[in-house]
Design a binder for this molecule. Structure first.
Ligand code: ADP
Length: 275
């Protein structure tokens, strides 16, 4: 009888703890959702005026300026763009955390997008001795259905990182079809660089949010450590996987797959691939 009473008491206490745990979990979920909503609305409010500032500096850059003024305007422009990237990353991060990042589906010109991404990069190679080349398989379809802006974001992140962490050598973008049928195409994208590489023990955590190989205060390279985790979420939404192979001091190869339904090659793309 004593044992039964003791067990009943233990079960009652367990039930009380379970209820408290459920209440605490619910409160934590609510707080988390409120945090994500706050971050999303703040990021949105910050982006609008910043876009105005960047637009004005672009107009200013086109006017008659002496060398010193041009340098100042250039600094304003690049600082504004860095800030915009940071805010966009925080906005995407909060969307992913809140489980509300959605990809759009429309017909776009894949080759045009890839050309445009590569052409938009060389400006940043000015002070480095790097060659950027693009290798597209001839079987690559021209038009596919998907979210070209999100695909661009992943490619810009991987190419931007390759440039950031490479001082000299070559950066190569490859795009190959892995599987093609009448309905869809599965593509393999890879970005190879001859940069600083990544230590083997850091490769496993690289796609986690805020993960950076060098996170000391005196670190040489800027960034938030959000780009790869955002890219991973986008790639997974595109039905693919993302990975990396790297050797310290030799270089890295970041790759991802994505599946796109095909769209009629004769029909016009219904959305431009430019941002
Ligand atoms: P960020 O570049 O803003 O820090 P990412 O999530 O894009 O954030 O990258 C996370 C980290 O992964 C970088 O800080 C860097 O340490 C490492 N990394 C990413 N790409 C490369 C690369 N191509 N070569 C060397 N290290 C890289």
């Amino acid at each position: 009888l004593i044992t039964i009473r003791q067990s009943v008491r233990e079960m009652k206490s367990l039930a009380v703890h379970t209820v408290r745990l459920e209440e605490a979990t619910q409160k934590a979920d609510e707080a988390n959702k409120a945090k994500s909503e706050f971050l999303a609305s703040m990021s949105h409010e910050l982006r609008t005026p910043l876009n105005g500032v960047i637009g004005m500096t672009e107009l200013l850059a086109e006017s008659k300026l002496d060398e010193r003024q041009r340098r100042f305007v250039h600094t304003c422009q690049s600082s504004g763009k860095m800030l915009l990237k940071l805010i966009s990353d925080i906005l995407d991060y909060s969307k992913i955390e809140a489980g509300c990042m959605e990809l759009e589906q429309y017909c776009f010109d894949l080759r045009e997008l890839l050309d445009d991404v590569v052409l938009s990069m060389p400006i940043r190679l000015d002070d480095k001795n790097i060659k950027l080349t693009c290798h597209l398989d001839e079987l690559l379809p021209t038009r596919v259905i998907g979210d070209s802006h999100r695909l661009r974001q992943v490619l810009l992140n991987l190419l931007g990182n390759a440039i950031k962490f490479t001082d000299q050598g070559e950066i190569r973008l490859f795009v190959h079809p892995q599987r093609i049928d009448d309905a869809q195409v599965k593509l393999l994208f890879s970005v190879e660089d001859t940069g600083i590489g990544i230590p083997a023990d850091r490769l496993g955590s690289l796609f986690e949010s805020f993960s950076q190989v060098d996170n000391s205060i005196s670190r040489k390279y800027g960034g938030t450590g959000l780009g790869l985790s955002i890219s991973k979420s986008i790639v997974e939404k595109m039905g693919g996987v993302i990975g990396v192979e790297s050797q310290e001091g030799v270089g890295s190869r970041f790759w991802f797959t994505a599946t796109f339904p095909r769209c009629d090659e004769t029909s016009e793309p219904n959305q431009t691939t430019k941002p």
